[in-house]
Write a protein that binds this ligand. Structure first.
Ligand code: AMP
Length: 215
C-alpha cells in the first residue's frame, strides 16, 4: 500500500481529532496530535509539559522551535514509517517549511465549517482525562455521563475551551494558521472538505476524505 503522509487543516473545533481517529483506523496509520502530546506532557509534569503549559491554558500557540522538535522526534518512530495523520501540526508557515524538510506530504485535507458550527462544537466538547478520546454533550454523548466509553476515564472540559480561550485560539488560527491554506494550495496538495454536516452524517465528511486520498 502507498505511503500516506496526511496533514489535517482547519479551525479549532472543526472536528479534526474525530476525523483523524476514524481515518487512522481505516488506513492503519497513526493519529499524531501535537495538542494531545502537549496535554500528556503537562499531565506527566515533564520538562516539556512545564514549558508549554502557560501557552496552552491561554490559547496561545506554543513557540515553533519547541513544537518542531516534538514532531521531528515523533515522526522518527517506527509506526510513522507507513504514513501518519497530522492533526494540529503545522500551525504556522515556519512549521510547514520545517515539515517539508522532514517528510514528503501526500495530501492536505482542509476541513471547512461555519463559525457558528465551530463554536457550538467547541463549547460542548468533552475530552477523556486518561486516553484523550473526544465526546460532545449533544452530538457524541458518552453512554454514561462524564465517563469515557473507551477506557472508563473521567471526561472534562479543556481549560482552553472557555469562551475567552476560544476567542484567542480563533484569532491565532486566523492570523497564523490560515495562511497555510494558500501555502499548500500553491503546492497542489490542498483538498477542501465540507465539514458542515451534523454528527449523524459524519460519513459524508469521511467519504469526502476517502475520495481525496484515492487520487
Ligand atoms: P489542539 O488540541 O490541536 O487544539 O491544540 C491545543 C493547544 O496546543 C493549542 O491551542 C496550542 O496552544 C497548542 N498546540 C498544538 N499544536 C500546536 C502547534 N502545531 N503549534 C503551536 N501550538 C500548538
Amino acid at each position: 500500500m502507498k505511503t500516506l503522509n496526511i496533514v489535517l487543516l482547519g479551525a479549532p473545533g472543526v472536528g479534526k481529532g474525530t476525523y483523524a481517529e476514524i481515518l487512522s483506523k481505516k488506513y492503519k496509520i497513526p493519529h499524531v496530535s501535537t495538542g494531545q502530546m502537549f496535554r500528556d506532557a503537562i499531565k506527566e509534569r515533564s520538562e516539556l509539559g512545564k514549558k508549554v503549559e502557560s501557552f496552552i491554558t491561554k490559547g496561545d500557540l506554543v513557540p515553533d522551535d519547541i513544537t518542531i522538535d516534538v514532531i521531528k522526534e515523533r515522526l522518527k518512530e517506527e509506526d510513522c514509517k507507513k504514513g501518519f495523520l497530522l492533526d494540529g501540526f503545522p500551525r504556522t508557515i515556519p512549521q510547514a517549511e520545517a515539515l517539508e524538510k522532514m517528510r514528503k506530504i501526500s495530501k492536505v485535507l482542509n476541513f471547512v465549517a461555519s463559525e457558528e458550527n465551530i463554536i457550538e462544537r467547541l463549547s460542548g466538547r468533552r475530552t477523556c482525562k486518561k486516553c484523550g478520546a473526544i465526546f460532545h454533550v449533544k452530538n457524541i454523548p458518552p453512554k454514561v455521563e462524564g465517563i469515557c466509553d473507551e477506557c472508563g476515564g473521567e471526561l472534562y472540559q479543556r481549560e482552553d475551551e472557555t469562551p475567552e480561550a476560544i476567542k484567542v485560539r480563533m484569532k491565532e488560527y486566523n492570523r497564523k494558521t490560515k495562511p497555510l491554506v494558500d501555502f499548500y494550495k500553491k503546492r497542489g496538495l490542498l483538498v477542501n472538505i465540507d465539514a458542515n454536516y451534523p454528527f449523524e452524517e459524519i460519513e459524508k465528511i469521511v467519504s469526502q476524505c476517502e475520495m481525496a486520498l484515492k487520487k
